[in-house]
Design a binder for this molecule. Sequence first.
Ligand code: ATP
Ligand code: MG
Length: 426
Amino acid sequence: MNLISKRIKGMQDLLPPLSGIWNAVEDVLKSEASNYGFSLIRTPVLESTELFQRSAGGESDVVQKEMYTFDDKGGRRVSLRPEGTAGVVRAVLENGLHNGALPLKLMYVSSCYRYEKPQSGRLREFFQFGAEVFGTESALADAELIMLGNSIFNRLNVQDISLEINSIGCFECRKRYIDSIKIYFEKHQNDLCETCKERLYRNPMRIFDCKNSRCSEICKNAPVILDYICDKCSNHFSDLQKYLSDAKIVFSINPSIVRGLDYYSRTVFEFVYSGAEAPITVCGGGRYDGLAEDLSGVCLPALGFGMGIERLLMVMENQKLNPVKKSVPVVFVACADDTARSFSLDLTQKLRQNSINALVDISEKRVKHQMKYADKIGARYVLVIGSDEFKSHKARIHDMQSGVNKEISLGKNFVSDFIDIVLQNY
Ligand code: ATP
Ligand code: MG
């Protein structure tokens, strides 16, 4: 085929039936978050580049290498959002939502863009379900947010997900820690990958995020952040663990989680799927108490997570989970000749007005072809309407499963008669 232009690398079309699964999953995500008190927010896909430089951090991989950045026609430097949090924080501050009731809970489903090397579970356009909480420093909020993540996996029946948590302390405790890991990584400098050699001087904590196996090996014996955090941060982390244990949520402490974006402080966590060949991080999040202040001078402690929807669907496919309640057409109204077209359209419409999934012929092909089509799309009943049926106001309804035909009146009581016949068999 000579299609003039093809899909952009790293971007996907979402096609049926996967689109149906996607929709059902999105419904579960939103309804579970809504049970926890989250309201929906939508922010623009484009933000000023500066926002991401300030939030994710100029040294982060996301900002350094992965952003889609360009000048718009008015000469503004803009970027496609690489993640959801920064735009939401900006929107909260710009619209003064922090002046209303706090804590404030917001959720979103946003497309994100990162110029990464496309591979399984790593796309250039992907979707994040995000949940953010503003206006509380309490570890209860951290516990509750993690409980939301946990409830989502439970509601979707996803197994083999483990929760890993860590605390990266506040900016004060991190200063001492960074000094000590600099000394440690300098000793192993020659074995680090080229990127990590640079990270060593610019932002050594990023080394923990490296996917290179040699760097990961070196990270295993590096000083542990938890040995450097101050009493306040340490108590906060203990509180979180207590609340999680009390809620019977299983977790492990993984001191190497630092997260890919610079704005995190104190709690960081990931939900990791271990049932595939390599572990898949489906959801990552944490606290970012200093971000709002950094962007606006307003003190607004906050926390949140981002769940990669494509990765969640990969895991669900791996476990053969399908949350879609099968919605095959209950009835297909076939039309035998032109005199009955408007009549069959009208009958079908009456069924739909009563929430019955009903399709009608729109191809103008022969009845035999229409019957084949009804069979292919899995319609349970077929009603053939022609000029005779139109005149007599009676037709036969054909049960495609049992092969049984029943007479049905097409008059005033058509819908209730139809429901009677269908309910007998459903
Ligand atoms: P990773 O370590 O896998 O690169 P990350 O730390 O860059 O992840 P975050 O910025 O925390 O990821 O994003 C939150 C979630 O978004 C991830 O856990 C993942 O599920 C999803 N995600 C991130 N990048 C991609 C991508 N390029 N393609 C698909 N999903 C992604
Ligand atoms: Mg990444």
